[in-house]
Write a protein that binds this ligand. Structure first.
Ligand code: MLT
Length: 247
């Protein structure tokens, strides 16, 4: 199979398309067409009404984008929340996905504790704003050895998000279902990438996920946390390019 021309990358929470800057420039430099949309309520996208937000409605939004944009299909990568949207896309519109990149994410639904944590944030953000979210999340998104400049960059990206986008996405993630069964049914090549210091979706989770995918390939990124693509962009770019070239 020849390399796909279009690569679509779905960002995580509570971030936006800017998290893909290192991948975008590397892949475009190699001649790929790279789409990095903002999900509703993040980056430059206005929030949708809360009741319209779900991983499925976000996946339908991506499907519309792909259908309108090109030949209608792409190799799709999803980081964390973006991975949840990718799994919903695979469930609803598998024909638009030519290859899968699951990055620091997982396929299970929330545990009761994770749901409770989301509901706490949903209650707090309207009163306290986004800064406490950034304070709490930056140490969990990055490894303890991440440079201060990267910490400031991620902190600022979180602080720039719309509070309604954060609340709506948390509610949508709390309501998402389990997609573990999809892994066994995947009929396209899949790359699973995980930072070895990822405390949110740890390597053991990535290994278990990859083991279930018929054509799954796992790459662990040494010295990187959850946001491996920003902490170790060269290693993550190399994994992506090697995967794409083998398609
Ligand atoms: C993310 O990085 O997108 C989040 O950790 C996903 C989540 O909250 O489950």
């Amino acid at each position: 199979m020849s390399a796909p021309q279009t690569i679509l990358l779905l960002h995580g929470f509570p971030l936006d398309s800017r998290m893909w800057t290192p991948q975008r420039s590397a892949l475009e430099g190699l001649g790929y067409r790279v789409l990095t949309p903002d999900l509703p309520g993040f980056g430059r996208r206005k929030p949708w009404p809360r009741e319209n937000c779900s991983m499925e409605s976000f996946a339908d939004d991506i499907h519309r984008l792909l259908r309108a944009d090109t030949g209608g299909s792409a190799a799709v990568g999803g980081f964390s929340m973006g991975g949840y949207v990718l799994l919903a896309l695979l469930r609803r519109h598998p024909e638009v996905v030519t290859a899968v990149m699951l990055m620091d994410t997982h396929a299970a639904a929330d545990t009761p504790q994770a749901r409770e944590n989301r509901r706490n944030m949903i209650r707090a953000v309207p009163e306290s704003g986004v800064k406490p979210v950034a304070d709490a999340m930056v140490p969990r998104l990055l490894s303890s050895t991440a440079p201060a400049e990267l910490r400031r960059h991620v902190f600022a990206m979180i602080c720039s998000q719309n509070p309604a986008g954060i609340v709506n996405a948390q509610e949508a993630m709390a309501r998402r279902g389990d997609h573990t069964d999809l892994l066994r049914q995947l009929r396209v090549p899949a790359l699973v990438v995980v930072g070895q210091e990822d405390v949110l979706t740890p390597p053991a989770t990535a290994r278990a996920m990859c083991d279930q995918i018929p054509a799954g390939r796992l790459v662990e990124i040494p010295g990187a946390g959850h946001l491996a693509n920003l902490e170790a962009p060269q290693a993550v770019n190399a994994a992506i390019v090697e995967f794409l070239r083998a398609l």
